[in-house]
Write a protein that binds this ligand. Structure first.
Ligand SMILES: O=C(O)CCC(=O)C(=O)O
Length: 266
């Protein structure tokens, strides 16, 4: 664990193989694709494209037991809690699909960093505000859209970083090659992008982006996981979902009609 944490501290990222078993990958992949097709049916592909959500499956922790099991096991816990000093909370928990023909340069797949409200290094060069844990449930490489990373770009803004939205390699950007079941951990302030998928199969991943629990998550999981599903989570997962002591961001009461489980701000 410490080797991985140290590697992330010094390089900004680390790849961990055998993060989950091939059988777990198959279950997760199936669930991502099922929910994606459900979303397309419910909202329409064009609508999802227009709001920049094409290929993202949201609130998965409420929608299929495979994701609940993953979060209960959370094989990244040791590293994430080590890097975030025990303050980890989920900022995003979602399925990520790069469709055939999609990927780098194809909207919405552009070079970016993840914390849209934090673009500069906080608290000095050494401070790590979050860890993106991206689990590949497919083997990834340059054919199907392995993730591109730009180590060293943490905290740079657009004017400082010479990355375009086309596939080119310059100054250390590189594309990950990783076996099915591997996860890449990286500082979410590092610029990155899904690669281009030249195959005829969707490339699937599960994203578990954790941040310090005093940061506002992109989605309020304490609100969006139903009471019934919440009961199936263990204490560590509940804390990751925002049911920990750091609840100052919660502002809604429990709403039995909508089956939400928010905790009122104190
Ligand atoms: O799916 C990928 O390869 C990259 C995902 C991504 O851009 C992200 O997690 O923010």
């Amino acid at each position: 664990m410490h080797d991985t944490s140290d590697f992330i501290r010094s390089q900004g990222y680390a790849v961990v193989e055998n993060f989950v078993s091939p059988e777990t990958c198959d279950r997760l992949r199936k669930a991502v694709l099922r929910l994606h097709s459900e979303d397309n049916d419910n909202y329409g592909k064009k609508f999802l494209y227009d709001i920049g959500q094409e290929g993202f499956v949201i609130n998965i922790g409420d929608r299929d037991p495979a994701f609940q099991e993953l979060l209960n096991d959370f094989p990244a816990a040791g590293v994430v809690e080590d890097l975030l000093d025990g303050e980890a909370a989920l900022y995003l928990f979602q399925g990520v699909i790069v469709p055939p023909g999609g990927g780098i340069g194809a909207y919405p797949w552009k070079w970016h960093c993840d914390l849209f409200h934090v673009t500069k290094m906080l608290g000095g060069e050494e401070f790590i505000p979050g860890v993106n844990v991206l689990l590949f449930v497919d083997h990834v490489d340059d054919r199907n859209g392995g993730t591109w990373l730009a180590p060293g770009s943490q905290g740079m803004d657009e004017s400082q970083i010479a990355i375009g939205d086309t596939a080119y390699q310059k100054e250390g950007e590189f594309q990950l090659v990783a076996p099915k079941g591997a996860a890449v951990f990286f500082n979410p302030l590092m610029w990155h992008c899904a690669g281009a998928n030249h195959t005829d199969q969707p490339r699937c991943a599960v994203k578990m982006l954790c941040v310090r629990d005093w940061m506002l998550p992109q989605m309020d999981y304490a609100q969006s996981i139903s009471d019934e599903v919440l009961q199936g989570y263990n204490d560590r997962a509940k804390k990751l979902l925002g049911h920990g002591p750091a609840i100052i961001r919660r502002s809604f009461d429990h709403d039995p009609e909508h089956k939400t489980s928010g905790v009122a701000a104190e």
